[in-house]
Design a protein around this ligand. Structure first.
Ligand code: G3I
Length: 364
């Protein structure tokens, strides 16, 4: 009963807050007293939405189907002003065959965004883990392969021109030791393939922002430096690049915030825009928890607070925003990969976890 009443109050309280309006509205502070009364609860009643609290876009990874659910879309609309397709703008979802595309689900996400004054970040033009069979098993020459990849990149960027603000042009091209990942793209196109993909994307849309996106950049200095060296080389050679996506699939304890700051500094000092592009915070890496305890939820709140505090130190002109890799804990990719965990900001029943409060308090 108590949870139901709180959920209803929660819904009523913040329904009036929406980020689809362009102007920034003050949040409802009446719930601040509630926060103090819920010190032992893993959820709380918020006084402000994420995108109203933040001075830069706050995003979430979505799917067309989930946005078709009114409850889900209602929370996304209230809390976020940027969306990334978790999967449906990847090559395996769009490319049916050479020169043949399925835009349906990606267009549905864009349609939601246009209707709700929401930015769309495109993810990802090339990623070795999301390949249609015709790419994975390509039987033509390297020249024919490259021509098809160029055609694909330019068709996608042109299709979403003026609708997608930015692209992860290439995702995860670098290994943990800083070497090139031996992907089908490297095998057919050679080490310069990443640069050529950025040039092709820029040719297709002079106005779209172009990002390199990867994981463990915040925890692996060798990998971060290798990415920085690649991007510095782009800058020196006039290869168009605007920013770096640091995925931020992190744990509550690691990496140390100082390590994250060191990695961020490498990229900001190069003049790059920085996107914390896929944030989730594992609480149960040691697999000891069978339920979300208050202690774990509080640790997550504090962790998100320090992460956002850190992000807020980036020069404003280089803040692309922060994007959470999913809405509700039960939807996270981490559960199928690693098992029981609670890595996101909302419970399965759309209650606001105190992790949400950790983000909000970083803006107070
Ligand atoms: O939709 C089908 C469903 O019909 C089928 O029954 C089911 C079982 O096979 O698979 C479902 O598709 C899955 C899809 O997620 C939607 O849930 C795919 O198998 C699964 O591979 C896919 O995983 C995604 C993964 O990327 C691989 O593309 C995750 O949702 C997504 O969160 C994850 O995101 C990546 C980023 O793009 C890049 N950075 C790392 C991050 C985590 O791996």
């Amino acid at each position: 009963m108590k949870t139901t009443v709180k959920t209803i109050c929660n819904f009523i309280l913040i329904t009036v807050i929406s980020c689809s309006n362009s102007e920034r509205q003050g949040g409802i502070t009446g719930s601040s007293a509630n926060r103090d009364n819920q010190e032992t609860e893993i959820t709380y009643v918020p006084g402000m939405s994420l995108c109203k609290a933040a001075s830069y876009p706050v995003g979430v990874a979505v799917s067309a189907e989930k946005l078709g659910d009114s409850r889900y879309a209602g929370v996304v609309r209230r809390e976020f002003n940027s969306v990334t397709a978790e999967n449906q703008m990847k090559m395996a979802y769009i490319s049916v065959a050479p020169g043949k595309y399925d835009w349906e689900r990606a267009d549905a996400i864009v349609a939601y965004a246009e209707k709700n004054n929401t930015r769309v970040h495109g993810h990802a033009l090339l990623w070795h883990e999301s390949l249609p069979p015709w790419v994975e098993n390509f039987e033509g020459t390297d020249e024919e392969f490259e021509a098809e990849i160029k055609t694909y990149i330019q068709a996608v960027v042109e299709h979403f021109k003026g609708k997608v603000a930015s692209w992860d042009v290439v995702n995860e091209a670098i290994e943990e030791d800083g070497s090139w990942r031996n992907t089908v793209f490297l095998q057919h196109m050679g080490e310069d393939y990443v640069a050529r993909c950025f040039r092709w994307a820029r040719e297709a849309d002079p106005g779209v922002l172009l990002f390199y996106n990867d994981f463990n950049l915040s925890s692996n200095p060798v990998k971060a430096q290798a990415a920085a060296d690649m991007l510095k080389g782009f800058q020196d050679r006039g290869v168009p690049v605007d920013g770096v996506g640091m995925q931020m699939h992190i744990q509550v304890e690691t990496p140390a915030i100082s390590k994250i700051a060191d990695a961020v500094n490498i990229f900001t000092e190069m003049g790059l825009i920085v996107h914390f592009s896929e944030i989730d915070t594992r609480l149960n890496a040691d697999d000891k928890l069978t339920e979300l305890t208050y202690e774990a939820a509080l640790a997550q709140e504090n962790r998100l607070g320090e992460i956002v505090d850190m992000y807020n130190t980036i020069p404003e002109s280089q803040q692309y925003g922060i994007t959470f890799w999913g809405l509700r804990d039960n939807e996270s990719w981490l559960l199928s990969r690693y098992g029981t965990d609670w890595p996101l900001l909302f419970t399965e029943t759309y209650e606001y976890k105190i992790a949400h409060r950790g983000v909000i308090r970083a803006f107070e």
